[in-house]
Design a protein around this ligand. Structure first.
Ligand code: THU
Length: 165
C-alpha cells in the first residue's frame, strides 16, 4: 500500500521534464491507480475508480471516487487526485493513470474530469487502463479537443464592453 497522503517519488532519476515515461514507470503508475481503486467509496454505483497522478517533479498523488448520499456531490477519482496535488502546491503534471473494474474496455474519464485535467495543460498524458494492466494512452488534448482553458479568460482578448455597463 502506498502512503497516498504523502507526495511520493516515482522513478525520480529516469524521468524529468516532458520526457516520455518508461514502460516500467507506466506499469507502476497503473499499479498505484489500481491500489487507489481499492479505497473507492462507491456504495451507490458500486463502480470503483482509482487514479494515480505523476507530477513533473516525479511526485505521485492518488485518488479514488468518493460518493455521497446526496448523489450529485460525489467526486471522481481523477479530480480527487488532482485536487490533492494542487492543494500540496503541485500544478504541473506528466501523466495520470486511471483504473476501474471494467475488464473489456479501457476506463475513460468523464467530461468533467477532462475539463479538470485541461486546466493544467493540454499536452500531458492520460493512461486508460484495464484490470489486467493493459492500457491505451491519450493526451488531454485528444480527450478534449477545441477546449476552453485558462488562456481564454485573458481579458486582452475580450471586447471592450466598459461603455455598455
Ligand atoms: N467515476 C470516476 O471516478 N471517474 C470517471 O472518470 C468516471 C466515473 C466515478 C463517479 C462515480 O462514483 C462512479 O464512477 C460511477 O459513475
Amino acid at each position: 500500500m502506498l502512503p497516498s497522503h504523502l507526495p511520493h517519488l516515482l522513478n525520480g532519476y529516469s524521468n524529468c521534464g516532458l520526457q516520455r515515461l518508461t514502460k516500467e514507470t507506466v506499469k507502476k503508475l497503473i499499479h498505484y491507480s489500481q491500489e487507489a481503486k481499492k479505497q473507492a467509496y462507491c456504495p451507490y454505483s458500486k463502480f470503483r475508480v482509482g487514479a494515480a497522478l505523476l507530477t513533473v517533479d516525479n511526485c505521485l498523488f492518488t485518488g479514488c471516487n468518493v460518493e455521497n448520499a446526496c448523489y450529485n456531490l460525489g467526486v471522481c477519482a481523477e479530480r480527487n487526485a488532482i485536487s490533492k496535488a494542487v492543494s500540496e502546491g503541485y500544478t504541473a503534471f506528466k501523466a495520470i493513470a486511471i483504473a476501474s473494474d471494467l475488464s473489456d474496455q479501457f476506463i475513460s474519464p468523464c467530461g468533467g474530469c477532462r475539463q479538470f485535467m485541461r486546466e493544467f495543460g493540454s499536452s500531458w498524458d492520460v493512461y486508460l487502463s484495464k484490470p489486467d494492466g493493459s492500457y491505451t494512452k491519450m493526451s488531454v488534448n485528444q480527450l478534449l479537443p477545441a477546449s476552453f482553458g485558462p488562456e481564454d479568460l485573458d481579458m486582452k482578448k475580450v471586447l471592450d464592453i466598459s461603455n455598455e455597463y
